[in-house]
Design a protein around this ligand. Structure first.
Ligand code: KIV
Length: 278
């Protein structure tokens, strides 16, 4: 069995300036491929609300959804550091609830760490969770669980006041003990400054340029799973939508033409046995 990547390995990579790779996964089959690819970290993101469950935001995602998918990912994982996302309202109301729900993700989902959204206001939760033995990854900049408060999905930190807030939020999360911080949709020069200012916590960028300690993308985006809207920061490394669509069409055609299943997909029985039926 391969050695699992831990928070110490992530800290070492930051210290040595070696880029950290992270991708989302929501099930066992994808986790197996991500492991095979040698990627460092898997995020079981609450983006599964949009990507897998068909919601229009991450708001409806529940703790039970996250535990179900995190456990599925863990069944296909033997190497990556797996981070389970804390869904909306599983940690915002109070510290004790945050610790209990973070603990549930580790105990029932089997992941090694959790992620939550928010800056200074989330620092007390992060501190208590870390003290309880739960490694925490922060998430600032564009935080999709606050999309209603942010007024939409847009780049964060473009003005002096909001840029200052992002820097202060990152420092507060690091001081609270976060081992990593996702920076989403933040101007690249700001993300680079935040990365330089953090001594221990690794920054993981998504739409935050190349100056972060690592990068994360949603697996369905990088695979080109859908033909719908695609954010500017996504690079499609494949066009899985077209591959799957063609395979489905070919299957339908062959079923309708009677050419599938062919002899090689079919089990036989001896004539002698068959005769005994009538
Ligand atoms: O839920 C998610 O997939 C995320 C990433 C976009 C960072 O939070």
């Amino acid at each position: 069995m391969a050695k699992m990547i831990t928070v110490s390995d992530i800290a070492k990579k930051k210290a040595e300036g070696r880029p950290i790779s992270m991708v989302t996964a929501y099930d066992c089959a994808m986790a197996r491929i991500v492991n095979e690819a040698g990627i460092d970290m898997i995020l079981v993101g609450d983006s599964l609300g949009n990507v897998i469950l068909g919601y229009s935001s991450t708001i409806p995602v529940t703790m039970d959804d996250m535990i179900h998918h995190t456990a599925a990912v863990m069944r296909g994982n033997d190497r990556c550091m797996v981070v389970g996302d804390m869904p909306f309202m599983s940690y915002q109301a109070d510290v004790a609830e945050a610790v209990r729900n973070g603990g549930r993700l580790l105990k029932e989902g089997g992941c090694a760490a959790v992620k939550l959204e928010g800056g200074r206001e989330a620092a007390p939760m992060v501190k208590k969770m870390v003290e309880a033995g739960i490694p925490v990854c922060g998430h600032i900049g564009l935080t999709p669980q606050s999309v209603n408060a942010l007024g939409g999905f847009k780049v964060q930190g473009k003005e002096a006041a909001t840029a200052k807030k992002i820097m202060e939020d990152a420092l507060a999360l690091e001081a609270a003990g976060a081992f990593a911080i996702v920076l989403e949709c933040v101007p690249a020069p700001l993300a680079e400054k935040v990365t330089e200012s953090l001594k221990r916590a690794a920054t993981i960028g998504i739409g935050a340029g190349s100056g972060c300690d690592g990068q994360v993308l949603v697996c369905n985006d990088l695979l080109g799973f859908s033909t719908g809207f695609c954010p500017k920061f996504v690079k499609k490394y494949a066009n899985v939508h077209d591959v799957i669509l063609q395979a489905m069409k070919d299957y339908k055609t062959e079923v309708e033409a009677g050419t599938f299943p062919a002899a090689e997909h079919t089990f036989t029985i001896s004539e002698e046995v068959l005769k005994k039926l009538y």
